[in-house]
Design a protein around this ligand. Sequence first.
Ligand SMILES: Cc1ncc(COP(=O)(O)O)c(C=O)c1O
Length: 369
Amino acid sequence: MPSHRIFNFSAGPACLPESVLEQAKKDIWNIDDSGIGILEHSHRGKAFDKITHDTEALCRQVGNIPDNHSVFWMQGGATSQCYMVPANFLAEGQTADYFQTGKWANDSIKEVPLYGHCHIAGSSKATNYDRIPAPADIKNSANPVYVQFTSNNTIVGTEWKGEPQNIPAGAFLVSDASSNIFSRPIDVTRYGLIYAGAQKNLGPSGITLLIARKDVLELAPRPLPEMVKYKNHAEKEGRFNTPNTFGVYLMGEVFKWILAEGGLKAMEERNREKAMLVYDFIDSQDFYKPHAQTDSRSMMNITFKCPTPELDDLFTEEADKKGLSGLTGHRITAGMRASMYNAFPKAGAQALVDFMKDFARQHAATAKA
Ligand SMILES: Cc1ncc(COP(=O)(O)O)c(C=O)c1O
């Protein structure tokens, strides 16, 4: 086990800002001079009241979130939202539109028929999810309750540049923003619901951030167990049951870090700079092949392959030895995936490019043989 820190390209849980980790080390022992560490405070006590309210206020500041949206959190991961969304919003016989852009979108699509109709408004399945559907290929249903998309497809490395356009009147947007939340400015007023597992850009796993327009929380298309009603979680400030208290605390610290770094505009510039270092190199040679189409590329997850699967294995093995960890791609794309969320340093992107250059130089002949 190295005692030092290395470049962690993991898709999530992923690297966190070092200053946040340093602060957490202190606060785990004793937070705000209370004589009690953050992991040990009651979720009903005064100290945690303050943490909850601070985290919400900081989130509102980071995302410029107006009062007619609720900000709260839940457990169960982004995966629970696959059924929570249709259960809370879709009555039997009604339709919701979904974009089929990868595994996480498909996980949501699978749950919808339990509650209502699912209409696929656009799909990149035929090309192994290498792109975001082009506007000309998008066909919404006549009267959907909501339109759901995955703003960044973590596994295949594709990302929407903004929101899908021409949403049918009366429908609201739902976004699974797990892997690009707060990586760039976002206009939350365009959404009914945004949800994001925290473990990429916001904090630890085990907590999911939700930003919901208050009127959509009033939809009650069927009787539901109390734990499944969004409204309960929103009204109880994410404390309908015992929350992941450490996760709420750490998200707050990450929000403070985002603000101190210059907010979402600064995050966007840094993320673009890091990603373009790698994409520009990929575009300049023909040893590595990218998975995503150029105009659909993700600024968070970069997917690419060597000329053979054997070289892919060797690449990740040798990269690991050089302190570049977590580069193995998902089996859906095979090859490699470099995840570089907000907290990932630019020096890591440069180290990856340097390693890619060396590796290609050493193995170009093998690849051609
Ligand atoms: C876009 C997206 N949605 C959903 C999930 C599932 O999240 P969880 O494991 O927190 O349920 C992930 C996990 O990586 C993801 O990247």
